[in-house]
Design a protein around this ligand. Sequence first.
Ligand SMILES: *Cc1c(COP(=O)(O)O)cnc(C)c1O
Length: 220
Amino acid sequence: MIAEQIRKIHEELPGGVSLVAVSKFHPVEALMEAYEAGQRIFGESRVQELLEKIPQMPDDVRWHFIGHLQTNKVRQVVGRVSLIESVDSERLLEIIDRESEKAGVTTRVLMQVHVAREETKFGFMPDELLSFFSSRGYEKLKATHLCGVMGMASNTDDADQVRRDFAEVFSLYGRIVADNPDLRGFDTVSMGMSGDWRLAIEEGSTMVRIGSMIFGSRQY
Ligand SMILES: *Cc1c(COP(=O)(O)O)cnc(C)c1O
């Protein structure tokens, strides 16, 4: 089942779009099934769960942290993940940078932008993110590499709204790149989940984060 779903998604994914298998709340056996089907990037949203799974999976797995990261847990995550997709404040970014420097590693991150209509989602407001870049807030980073942006669409059946949300993330990304030609390797636009990844790709996504479509519904 899991292998079949991964194969189906890969058939539809355009070249240059990577697949993050969002494995939160699923047991390691399910992750191994995905691994054996060739999946190497896994997304987790809770630090404890991530830390429990890492030693149980092969070394060539690339872990993405995709949940809200509390500043007091940053130290447990740096050096263990290949990408933190969910940097949602300057303070968090500063702490990631400081802890990465201390640990002697470079941490790759995405800036999470809040475009959804819900109040509950984390992330920089678009204006906030633009002013972070226009004030060149990234220049002082020593051990953090900004790789792009991550966004989530509104939780709605209204496909036009979802499309507008993704278009907003992509246009924000485009403005940042245009305004900051010295940014290197800022090339990732992570957007799209089980219910909306095809729309996200149409709107420019380069990375989709798919959970329930691969692993089934989560047992919380
Ligand atoms: C859980 C989660 C996903 C995956 O959601 P599905 O609808 O199960 O595909 C993607 N991104 C983030 C940030 C998540 O927390």
